[in-house]
Design a protein around this ligand. Structure first.
Ligand SMILES: CC(C)(COP(=O)(O)OP(=O)(O)OC[C@H]1O[C@@H](n2cnc3c(N)ncnc32)[C@H](O)[C@@H]1OP(=O)(O)O)[C@@H](O)C(=O)NCCC(=O)NCCS
Length: 86
């Protein structure tokens, strides 16, 4: 999690060998149980169905789109912006 209180964002990365076992959902839920109340945003590549699903399972809803540079892919891409009022 990063950013000033009014612009907080969360991001995560799970080692590939652990994908598909609920680790991202469990970790995000655990984080949400300890962060202060307020608005929290997240971004996912628009084609990253797994990450969008993790966020939606934790209560985030899609609130916009953006363009952003993805370090992992080395290119700018379309992002879905999701928000949780926590
Ligand atoms: C995206 C990522 C975090 C998912 O981690 P994970 O531990 O495998 O996620 P979970 O097992 O908790 O949940 C994945 C959910 O997405 C679903 N899913 C997986 N691939 C999907 C796809 N292509 N489209 C739609 N849903 C998908 C799974 O079925 C599961 O949902 P379910 O529990 O309802 O069945 C992981 O793949 C990752 O670290 N990727 C690289 C970094 C990244 O993309 N980070 C996100 C940037 S915010």
């Amino acid at each position: 999690m990063f950013g000033p209180p009014e612009e907080r964002e969360v991001t995560y990365w799970i080692g590939r060998e652990h994908w598909g076992r609920g680790a991202a959902t469990a970790a995000l839920r655990e984080l949400l149980s300890i962060v202060p109340e307020g608005r929290l945003r997240a971004r996912a590549a628009a084609d990253n169905g797994g990450s969008i699903r993790v966020l939606e399972k934790c209560g985030f809803v899609a609130t916009g789109t953006d363009r952003g540079f993805a370090n992992a892919r080395g290119e700018e891409l379309d992002e879905l912006v999701l928000t949780l009022i926590h």
